[in-house]
Design a protein around this ligand. Structure first.
Ligand SMILES: *[C@@H]1O[C@H](CO)[C@@H](O)[C@H](O)[C@H]1NC(C)=O
Ligand SMILES: *[C@@H]1O[C@H](CO)[C@@H](O)[C@H](O)[C@H]1NC(C)=O
Ligand SMILES: *[C@@H]1O[C@H](CO)[C@@H](O)[C@H](O)[C@H]1NC(C)=O
Ligand SMILES: *[C@@H]1O[C@H](CO)[C@@H](O)[C@H](O)[C@H]1NC(C)=O
Length: 384
């Protein structure tokens, strides 16, 4: 109990110190990219790979996240300056966990033929795997290890391995952010060993952050905070850290920062693997899924990221952000429920909004600040 109390004091103190760090422009603006996913059924029209290259170039996005890691798309990005983020589909994860040669086989199809001409920076082993395959959670970390070791076998050291989580399923009590903790999937000690793996391999924590979903879950959240609209009364205070939040995105990122601090891993970089706001929904009750709000969210997000201010608890902010998603899905009437539209572009490549994504820095800033933060935590540890 005494131990527990003193570690609580320590944690509060750490978060407090984090919030006191000078509010300087860190100068490192996260790399902004978009996600492309191809949930195609035979009826859908495929977007040709060359159109994806055109779209990324015309939007001036720095990176592309592929949910299906289609080799025909990866090939198109050889000799381009676009960073690629690949995903190993969830259904492949158990096979890769079972046998390292399956990991090697995946890499021989999706990485070896293209790297380093195509700038592959990160591979996510699964996406939201613990929600999609809760019965197979114990395969996740072994699969990540196998992919990491296989890359080493191939002599590739610059591609980092991680896995992405959905915010609402991994973070318990997101408000106030300083109270957030990771919740392990039932009966499995996942997060501790996983964070240890990320630290040992210099990898990032990947998280899908949808203020839209949290806003829909919690009726007390004003829409303005979710949409980056700054008004005098649009704020939430975190009394533990004394921090005032003016947007929900920062609150969610700082909840992750706090949860990592509670677990004892405060300096792992964060990549937002998905974020966005739907511009349409077939569900009548989703009136907030509209073009005007989607535009406000994306413009507010880009403005906020380009300000280089980071979040109150993490001045250098997140390392990369991927907007979900590049294109609206083109589904023919009657083939499957169209659901929600998330695209930055219509399937015919026309822009839906007028947003300037240019100027986000290349992947790989933020390292200097990390050293400083490590130094500060060391001082804290020594002073206790
Ligand atoms: C990539 O970036 C380099 C350096 O900024 C530049 O010289 C080159 O033209 C760029 N290549 C492409 C394909 O945009
Ligand atoms: C892994 O797969 C390879 C090739 O399919 C096979 O030769 C090997 O026996 C497998 N190893 C295990 C431990 O199952
Ligand atoms: C992680 O980064 C540090 C500092 O940049 C470096 O010394 C270390 O070798 C890296 N570790 C791995 C496993 O890449
Ligand atoms: C592209 O599609 C959108 C939505 O269907 C439409 O409004 C727009 O006119 C189209 N643009 C072109 C150039 O066809």
């Amino acid at each position: 109990m005494v131990l527990c109390f003193s570690s609580f004091i320590f944690l509060t103190f750490t978060l407090f110190i984090l919030s006191l760090l000078p509010r300087i422009r860190s100068g490192s603006i996260p790399c902004i990219g978009a996600t492309y996913s191809d949930e195609s059924s035979a009826d859908d029209t495929h977007i040709p790979p060359e159109h994806i290259v055109t779209a990324i170039d015309s939007l001036k996005l720095g990176s592309l996240r592929l949910e299906d890691s289609d080799p025909n798309i990866i090939r198109r990005f050889a000799y381009s300056n676009t960073s690629l983020f690949l995903t190993i589909p969830n259904y492949v994860v158990p096979e890769i966990a079972a046998n390292r040669s399956n990991a090697l086989r995946w890499l021989y199809v999706h990485v070896v033929p293209f790297y380093p001409r195509a700038k592959i920076t990160t591979i996510s082993v699964g996406n939201d795997f613990i929600d999609v395959s809760p019965q197979a959670v114990d395969h996740l970390l072994p699969a990540m290890r196998n992919v990491h070791l296989s890359l080493r076998d191939l002599g590739i050291r610059k591609i980092s391995i991680s896995t992405s989580f959905s915010f609402v399923s991994i973070i318990s009590t997101p408000f106030p952010p300083s109270a957030a903790q990771f919740q392990d999937p039932s009966g499995i000690d996942l997060m501790g060993p996983l964070l240890q793996f990320l630290r040992e391999t210099n990898s990032s924590f990947l998280i899908n952050v949808y203020p839209y979903n949290l806003y829909r879950l919690k009726s007390e959240i004003p829409i303005g905070i979710a949409l980056f609209q700054e008004h005098a009364f649009n704020f939430r205070d975190d009394l533990t850290t004394g921090v005032r939040y003016r947007n929900l995105f920062d609150m969610m990122i700082d909840a992750v920062v706090s949860a990592m601090a509670v677990a004892g891993y405060e300096n792992i970089p964060i990549i937002v693997t998905e974020t966005g706001w739907p511009s349409a929904s077939v569900t009548r009750t989703e009136g907030d899924a509209n073009m005007a709000y989607a535009e406000m969210y994306l413009k507010g997000l880009v403005r906020h990221l380009k300000s280089g201010e980071g979040t109150p608890l993490r001045k250098e902010g997140v390392a990369e952000v991927y907007v979900y998603e590049l294109f609206d899905k083109e589904t023919k009437e009657g083939t499957k429920p169209p659901g929600r539209n998330w695209g930055i572009l219509y399937p015919n490549l026309t822009q839906k909004y007028n947003i300037d994504f240019s100027g986000s820095s290349k992947i790989g800033g933020a390292k200097a600040w990390m050293k400083m933060a490590t130094g500060i935590s060391l001082v804290l540890v020594l002073s206790l």
